[in-house]
Design a protein around this ligand. Structure first.
Ligand code: ZN
Length: 155
């Protein structure tokens, strides 16, 4: 049976928002929904999931050059756009926002200029994306986030 794209699978989250481009399918884990619920109840403003920022089929992930081990393939990742954060007075790249993501259960946090990557991997891992001299999207460890993580754990 075809999934009902409008069905609500968590607080302020519809199935359609996690569907992979090029398909009508979404996979999502319980851990992802649990972290999302916590995040959404704390940040009670609209959060837009970017195209391809929910589940990705292997074909779609290949097409956009995603990592073969991407957590989007296993329904453990979500990529929010940042515009509604600013519209609601929260800098998405601030320590405060980082602390909310982390304490909601998102332990994999990738930061890029117009979007965030959040996933529910067990080990805390933080990185930032950048464009290299050949115009390719690369990533490197996010040293700022690692410092914040240490500070938060000392308190
Ligand atoms: Zn992502």
């Amino acid at each position: 049976m075809a999934p009902d794209l409008q069905v609500r699978i968590a607080y302020r989250l519809k199935y359609s928002e996690l569907v992979s481009p090029g398909s009508k399918r979404a996979i999502y884990t319980f851990d992802l929904l649990r972290a999302w619920e916590k995040l959404r109840r704390r940040l009670d403003f609209p959060i837009i999931i970017v195209r391809g920022g929910g589940y990705r089929t292997p074909a779609y992930n290949d097409r956009i050059g995603g990592s073969p081990r991407s957590r989007h393939l296993t329904g453990e990742a979500i990529d929010p756009g940042v515009s509604t954060f600013y519209e609601n007075g929260l800098d998405p790249y601030s320590k405060g926002a980082f602390a909310v993501f982390l304490s909601s259960g998102f332990h994999g946090i990738g930061r890029f200029e117009n979007r965030l990557h959040l996933d529910v991997r067990p080990d805390p891992t933080f990185w930032e994306y950048y464009i290299d001299e050949n115009g390719r999207l690369r990533n490197r460890p996010d040293e700022q986030a690692a410092k914040w993580f240490d500070q938060l754990n000392q308190n």
